[in-house]
Design a protein around this ligand. Structure first.
Ligand code: NAD
Ligand code: IPM
Ligand code: MN
Length: 364
C-alpha cells in the first residue's frame, strides 16, 4: 500500500490526548496492512496562537496542502475566548476547510452493539440507527460577510447567510450519490418557510432529484428535524443540510450513540487532501484528566483510510476493532453504565490496537 504522508494537528484541550491513540492505532494498521506512514506534526489553534501568534501558521497550511490526508484533534478553549475574531483558535479550522476546499462534511451516526442503554433516549427509540449527516462546510453564515457597526443607538452586528447555486448543487449531488449506496432515502433539511437561501436550496434539491428517481426525497424544516431526530432517529438515512444546521443537528444526533465522543467526521473536496476530525471540541472541562473518549478520533482515522486511501478493508478493520472493544465492555467514563469500571483514554487506545493485531493473527 506504500508510503503516505499524514499531517497531524493534535490541537488544544483533549486534542493531543485523543490524537495519541489515533496515531497508535494507525501504527498498528501500518504493520498489518503494509503501509509506510509518514506522520508530520503541525500546530494550529490556541497552541499556535501562543507559540507563533497566529491560529493557522503558513507552514501548517502548506504542510496540509501537500499531505495525502490531514488528521485534526480539536482546537479552542476558554483561554482564547476573548481574543479578536482573527486570533481565535476556531479560525484555524475554518481557514483549513476553506483553503483546502473541503465543502462536504460527512458525519455518520451509528449505534454500537452493547450501547443501547447508554443514551438518554430509550433503547427502542434508538434501535437500528444508522444515519449520516452531510453538512455543507465552506459556505453559508460561517463564511458570509461579518459586520460590526457602532451607532448612536448602540452596536449593530450581522453575519450574512449566503449560498451560490453551485455550492448547493455539489453538496446535494454528493448526498444523492451517498443515498444510492445506502438505503436510498434522502432528507434535505432547510428553513424554506423563512429563508431565501433555503428556498434556493430546496429548488436545487428538487432539480437534482429528477436525476435520481430511485431515491426517496423529503424536505424537512430544521426545527421539525431537530425534534424528529430524537423522536424517530431510525427512520433517517442521509440528511443533507447547510453549514450551521448541520453543525447543530450532528451534536444533537450524537446523543443517540451515548456520547459525543463517538462521532467521527470526514471533510472532503475535489482533489485536495481530506481532513478528518471528531465532531466534538477540545472539551476543556475534562482536558488533562486522561478520561476523554478517543473513539471519535480513532473512527476519524478509519474514515481517512476509507476516503483518502480508498482502503475499505483497513477502514473496516479499525471500525470492527472499536466495536469489539466496546462490546467486550471496555469504555471511557462518558459511555460507562452506572457502577461500571471505566478505562482511561490510553487504555482504550491500547485495547483497540491489540484488537487489530489479534485480528491479523486470526487471518493469517
Ligand atoms: P465540546 O464538544 O468540546 O464539549 C462538550 C461536552 O462534551 C463537554 O462536557 C465535554 O467534556 C464532552 N466531550 C466532548 N468530547 C468528548 C470526548 N471525546 N470524550 C468525553 N467527553 C467529551 O464543546 P464545547 O465545550 O462547546 O467547546 C469547547 C471548545 O472546543 C470551544 O472552544 C469550541 O470552539 C471548540 N470546538 C472545537 C471543535 C473542533 O476543533 N473541531 C469542535 C467543536 C468545538
Ligand atoms: C465543528 C465545530 C466548528 C464548527 C467550530 C469549532 C468552528 O463546532 O466542527 O462542529 O462550528 O464547524
Ligand atoms: Mn460543532
Amino acid at each position: 500500500r506504500g508510503v503516505k504522508k499524514i499531517a497531524v494537528i493534535p490541537g488544544d484541550g483533549i486534542g493531543p490526548e485523543i490524537m495519541n491513540e489515533a496515531v497508535k492505532v494507525l501504527r498498528q494498521v501500518e504493520q498489518k496492512f503494509g503501509y509506510s506512514f509518514e506522520f508530520q506534526f503541525a500546530m494550529a489553534g490556541g497552541g499556535a496562537i501562543d507559540q507563533v501568534g497566529v491560529p493557522l501558521p503558513e507552514e501548517t497550511l502548506s504542510l496540509c496542502k501537500s499531505a495525502d490526508a490531514v488528521l485534526l484533534g480539536a482546537v479552542g478553549g476558554p483561554k482564547w475566548d476573548h481574543n479578536p475574531p482573527e486570533l481565535r483558535p476556531e479560525k484555524a479550522l475554518l481557514g483549513l476547510r476553506k483553503e483546502l476546499g473541503l465543502y462536504a462534511n460527512l458525519r455518520p451516526v451509528t449505534l454500537f452493539d452493547g450501547m443501547e442503554d447508554r443514551s438518554t433516549l430509550r433503547p427502542e427509540v434508538i434501535a437500528g440507527v444508522d444515519l449520516i449527516v452531510v453538512r455543507e462546510l465552506t459556505g453559508g453564515i460561517y463564511f458570509g460577510e461579518k459586520k460590526r457597526t457602532k451607532t448612536e443607538e448602540g452596536e449593530i452586528a450581522s453575519d450574512l447567510l449566503i449560498y451560490h447555486e453551485y455550492e448547493i448543487e455539489r453538496i446535494v449531488r454528493l448526498s444523492f450519490e451517498m443515498a444510492m449506496k445506502r438505503k436510498k432515502k434522502l432528507t434535505s433539511v432547510d428553513k424554506a418557510n423563512v429563508l431565501e437561501s433555503s428556498r434556493l436550496w430546496r429548488s436545487v434539491v428538487e432539480r437534482v432529484a429528477e436525476e435520481y428517481p430511485e431515491v426517496t426525497v423529503s424536505h424537512m424544516l430544521v426545527d421539525n428535524c431537530a425534534m424528529q431526530i430524537v423522536r424517530r432517529p431510525a427512520d433517517f438515512d442521509v440528511i443533507v443540510t447547510e453549514n450551521m444546521f448541520g453543525d447543530i443537528l450532528s451534536d444533537e444526533a450524537a446523543v443517540i450513540t451515548g456520547s459525543i465522543g463517538m462521532l467521527p467526521s470526514a471533510s472532503l473536496g475535489q482533489g485536495n487532501s481530506g481532513l478528518y476530525e471528531p465532531i466534538h471540541g477540545s472539551a476543556p472541562d475534562i482536558a488533562g484528566q486522561k478520561i476523554a473518549n478517543p473513539s471519535a478520533m480513532i473512527l476519524s482515522a478509519a474514515m481517512l483510510l476509507r476516503y483518502s486511501f480508498d482502503d475499505e478493508e483497513a477502514a473496516q478493520a479499525v471500525e470492527k476493532a472499536v466495536k469489539a472493544v466496546i462490546k467486550a465492555g471496555h469504555c471511557t467514563p462518558d459511555l460507562a453504565a452506572s457502577g461500571q469500571k471505566a478505562v482511561s483514554t490510553e487504555e482504550f487506545g491500547d485495547l483497540v490496537a491489540e484488537q487489530i493485531e489479534k485480528a491479523e493473527r486470526e487471518m493469517s
